[in-house]
Design a protein around this ligand. Sequence first.
Ligand SMILES: *[C@@H]1O[C@H](CO)[C@@H](O)[C@H](O)[C@H]1NC(C)=O
Ligand SMILES: *[C@@H]1O[C@H](CO)[C@@H](O)[C@H](O)[C@H]1NC(C)=O
Ligand SMILES: *[C@@H]1O[C@H](CO)[C@@H](O)[C@H](O)[C@H]1NC(C)=O
Length: 292
Amino acid sequence: MFSIITLLSLYLSFHITTVKSDDTATTSEDDSQSSSTASASATATISTKEQEFMNSLEGTWSSKSHQVFTGSGFYDPVDELIFEPSLPGISYSFTADGHFEQALYRVTSNPKKPACPIAVITFQHGSYEVLDNGTVILNPIEIDGRQLVSDPCNDNGTSSYTRFNSTTVFKWFTVELNTYHGIQELQLYQYDWSALQPLYLVYKPPLMLPTITLNPVSEGTQSVTVSSKKKKRDSFIGNNLNVRERVRRYLENKHKTNAKKLINKNELFDSSYLWWIASLCICVGSVLFLSA
Ligand SMILES: *[C@@H]1O[C@H](CO)[C@@H](O)[C@H](O)[C@H]1NC(C)=O
Ligand SMILES: *[C@@H]1O[C@H](CO)[C@@H](O)[C@H](O)[C@H]1NC(C)=O
Ligand SMILES: *[C@@H]1O[C@H](CO)[C@@H](O)[C@H](O)[C@H]1NC(C)=O
């Protein structure tokens, strides 16, 4: 698992210019300094203060469950697979140069029917800006967002998988060292000042999919529903075989736990590792025996 993460972070650090959070952003901000009297919103120039905000947001942040992370472990844009995390949670990633990724797995329990929770999995990415008063605006790439909704008591066993596009505004945020856990904690405040659950820094540089548009050829609104029952109800709005296959692959994957695959890999790794240690011990033992 660690090798995968290492590879991913190598791949990603290729795309992302690392900016140390404590460095002042003055190096790249000479241009904006001269035009700081102009309104920042009117042009693409980023003020020093805004860049400092962006530097402090840089990284991958995940909620307490530590099960949901942005990146290719959540959404595979090539095969259109969403990997259902084992526990609900949310994750946001930000780069210091204005890209974000959002991964949400939310389950709302129904107080009247506890056996009927509604599960919503959301992926979005795109660009973001921080205003100089600390308000964060996420502008998703419209055609790239995805949402999977499962409402088992009302959707007749049919999960819906659709495009999703929603601009998110966070009124304010704070980044502080959580002294109890010894890690950076991000607190985002929604438009109505309600606090989101606290997020903890898990990767810096962030773990993200490529920040470019992932579905450049797709057009129009393509909304898809798929039945998880054996007898498929072909309720595709765009009757696109590729999409159908993609979603089916998702459903096939749905009940396989990713963790199991990783454990198998780890076991393989561990046993070969142990074999090497054993061989090494035998070698050292023989050398000691011979030299005695
Ligand atoms: C910051 O400015 C924007 C635009 O003027 C405004 O919508 C937002 O509420 C302001 N944020 C705060 C924290 O006052
Ligand atoms: C579920 O099935 C019932 C009865 O067949 C039908 O009335 C209802 O509209 C269906 N609901 C959905 C969301 O398809
Ligand atoms: C995406 O959302 C933005 C803002 O909410 C809206 O202006 C835009 O028209 C939406 N695009 C699509 C394709 O729905």
